[in-house]
Design a protein around this ligand. Structure first.
Ligand code: WQD
Length: 338
């Protein structure tokens, strides 16, 4: 079966491509290379021995999307990662985010609407919950007003899919609300490409450990949490990738109860920033140079998933511990600095 992975040369997309190939699927990748490189294909081949079909294509170009689906009529499912995802950048360039994250989704759904039956996995985010009132966070926690255009594009994206599915029974969709993806494939052949100064915690930790960054700032030590720092649910990217394959197969095998479903994808465990730093120190044997500074505007204090629905309905559970994920991130950092 042929599966389209948009953004398949990105961090989560490349890991999901590997897991799809491991399950015997033929993968076609569309990527515009705005935040990745074609070299990632070599990493995928190094792991699975199979080279996915790759088409450099900008999904914002409607005619190109139509032409792609004419040439690939046998696409059985789509996993849609392609989107801009930097929270801070989205505040500075909202129109870039609405055009890229919403426009492309509409063009993809228009193509799927032409099919008898299609399976569609959407990359969403726990960002849609904002600061949830209750921990752990369940899928029926209220969606709160987005704190950034990035977060808003995820909320709008989910609404567009839900409304489309209501009137297009042929489209079967699942939105996966990721918590905090981290780490790299254990082979260290693929991982999070370091482009620019990392915004996310874990690449900043490993770059500080590798001596590329002088020191890491811990944004806020005065939150009303156990150690004063923010809490997140850090999930190994390979566990997250596997969740995509399980969700896709739920749709391909018509096991879904509704034609639009939502699942939280996390470990169900919260870890503070300091605990993440301590995890790095344990797995690397290196002391990390960090400084507690002021809070980062827009940050929520605590978010970790209630994973009951994914465990019981999807039949998926994260397997890696924080230390195992951090170890894989560190191995990747060392590999790319060789
Ligand atoms: C985690 C914690 C920071 C860097 C965002 C998006 C989410 C997803 C992942 C795209 C926070 C603290 C960070 C640093 C720090 N993005 N931190 N020093 O903000 O939870 O989630 O990225 O899919 O949708 O919202 O992730 O890694 O930026 O921050 O103290 O140098 O680490 O304050 O508490 P976040 P993050």
């Amino acid at each position: 079966m042929k599966i389209l992975v948009t953004g398949g040369l990105g961090f989560i997309g490349s890991h999901t491509t590997v897991e799809l190939q491991n399950k015997g699927y033929e993968v076609v990748i569309i990527d515009d290379l705005s935040n990745s490189t074609e070299k990632v294909l070599d990493g995928i081949v190094a792991i699975t021995g199979k080279k996915p079909v790759f088409e450099k294509l900008d999904l914002k170009e409607k005619s190109k999307v139509e032409d792609f689906f004419k040439r690939h009529q046998d696409i059985a499912g789509v996993i849609h990662f392609a989107a801009s995802k930097a929270v801070g950048e989205s505040v500075e360039k909202p129109l870039l985010y609405y055009e890229n994250n919403i426009g492309t989704l509409v063009y993809l759904l228009k193509e799927l609407s032409k099919k008898q039956r299609s399976s569609f996995i959407f990359s969403s985010s726990c960002t849609v919950y904002g600061q949830a009132d209750k921990m752990p966070i369940t899928e029926d926690a209220p969606v709160k007003a987005a704190e950034s255009p990035y977060g808003n594009t995820k909320q709008i994206g989910e609404e567009i899919i839900q409304e489309t599915c209501k009137v297009t029974p042929g489209i079967n969709a699942i939105a996966l609300r990721y918590f905090n993806p981290m780490g790299a494939h254990p082979s260290a052949e693929i991982g999070e490409l370091p482009i620019g100064v990392p915004q996310n915690l874990v690449p900043f930790i490993t770059q500080t450990g590798a001596g590329i960054r002088e020191q890491i700032s811990v944004f806020g030590g005065d939150y009303p949490t156990e150690d004063g720092t923010c809490i997140r649910d850090y999930i190994h990217v390979v566990d997250l990738a596997k969740a995509h394959v399980v969700a896709l197969e739920r749709l391909l095998n018509a096991k879904n109860e509704e034609n639009y479903e939502v699942f939280n994808v996390g470990t169900g465990k919260g870890s503070s920033v300091l605990e993440a730093i301590q995890s790095f120190e344990r797995v690397s044997g290196k002391k990390l140079n960090y400084k507690i500074v002021g809070r980062r505007p827009g940050d929520i204090m605590t978010a970790y998933a209630d994973t009951t629905k994914a465990n019981e309905v999807l039949g998926w559970k994260a397997e890696s511990t924080l230390d195992e994920a951090m170890k894989s991130a560190w191995l990747w950092e060392q590999k790319i600095r060789k």
